[in-house]
Design a protein around this ligand. Structure first.
Ligand code: 5GP
Length: 113
């Protein structure tokens, strides 16, 4: 699937589009996926505009690390003992929304890894 023509997550960050938020800091936002692929399916995103994880560099590694920190905190909040983290990178990697996001999924998620 190609990238969606619009970065809908920027509209979620600005509040223009509604979302079921579960966690927020000055740099990170997390909310329930609109079409959950597991009992718990949460998207964790940076508030700054980064299209894909290919944009990681030595200046923003701390921000990328915060996605993992948020995942740990949210998993505890949600009562998840173990969980799965998934990130699609770029169109060829299955990414559809052109804004970096980490999928936090409960263990019932059926991945084919
Ligand atoms: P990707 O395939 O880009 O890694 O995942 C994008 C995810 O965003 C999909 O799981 C999809 O269900 C979710 N999504 C797409 N549009 C919206 C939306 O408007 N709100 C929310 N909460 N999730 C969305």
């Amino acid at each position: 699937m190609p990238f969606l023509p619009e970065n809908i997550f920027l509209k979620i960050i600005s509040g223009e589009l509604p979302s079921k938020k579960v966690y927020e800091t000055d740099q990170i936002l997390a909310f329930h996926d609109i079409t959950p692929k597991a009992k718990t399916h949460i998207l964790i995103i940076p508030k700054v505009e980064l299209k894909t994880a290919k944009e990681v560099n030595l200046e923003n590694t701390e921000l990328f690390g915060q996605l993992f920190l948020a995942a740990k905190i949210i998993a505890e909040q949600e009562g998840l003992d173990g969980y799965k983290l998934h990130m699609n990178v770029d169109e060829a990697g299955g990414q559809v929304v052109p804004h970096v996001h980490l999928h936090l999924l409960s263990a019932d998620y059926k991945s084919n890894l």
